[in-house]
Design a protein around this ligand. Sequence first.
Ligand code: ATP
Ligand code: MG
Length: 303
Amino acid sequence: MNTPPQAGFLMNMDTLNTNNLKLAIQKQGRLTEETLEFLRKSGLEFESYKQRLFSSCRNFPLEILYVRDDDIPNYVASGTVDLGILGQNVLNEERPKVKKLLNLRYGFCSLTVAVPKESDVKDINDLKGQTIATSYPESTKKFFSENNIPVVVVSISGSVEITPALGVAQGIVDLTSTGSTLALNDLRALTKIYESESVLIANEQTLVNGKKDLLEKLVTRFKGVLSAKDYKYVMMNIPEDVVPKIKKIIPGLKSPTISPLASAGWVSVQTVIKEDVFWETIERLKKVGATGIIVLPIEKMII
Ligand code: ATP
Ligand code: MG
């Protein structure tokens, strides 16, 4: 958090166009690949090679800066950059003065309390008076004090999962996604403190200053990619007389597109279906007589 930016980073920052938006993303880590993919899906064109410090977008007035994720809250809060993409967990821990604009639906993980598999600890109350190692001291202290369980919190910068084996702590609080790191280190999860995903944050001034319109344009693009993730495009053939039933099953965004087929008494229906009710809807459509159902992913959806 307090590490100063590298000299090269500042030198290059001076060469950037000050009218452009600046977005900080993780240089190298768990969020990097999916963030680059998300930006490209949003239609942004830029180079990204391993040793880069920044890239300029060819088709949007945006500079992308590659930094450590811990530094992103500071850069955004201070206005060094306008925008940042990072895990919600970092925001929860550091509570920087920034505005969260969007959840980006990747980088899912949880901040989890865990203990050694063989430990007698059954639930979090058994951790009373014990030592907990974590890289998330603020979130950990808040959680245990809200639950009225006094613990000693030891702040560790990395490899928290090995601290119980080293005798440093009886329990840990760390980020987990699949739980495989816990299992690998003979640890078991007790409870989740919170769930996290990647988010887009903005500097508070950027939301009102001269870059406001540009920011809105960029956010519209991002939302288009996120909405597309929520829906599937579906085409199917149905007997004409079941159209009223189909309309009830799939209201679509406004209403489904219905066109006649060459065979009399049949129509083709095109619509979008929400991902979370997708299978349930398909089953209901089949039941009322839909056939030849074709499902396509949507690249972008501007609502
Ligand atoms: P940096 O060098 O940029 O400081 P880091 O080591 O702090 O990187 P990573 O381990 O790359 O960070 O994790 C970056 C983010 O990825 C986390 O803050 C979190 O939001 C997300 N993430 C998703 N799944 C996991 C997981 N299983 N463990 C840790 N982080 C995860
Ligand atoms: Mg970090």
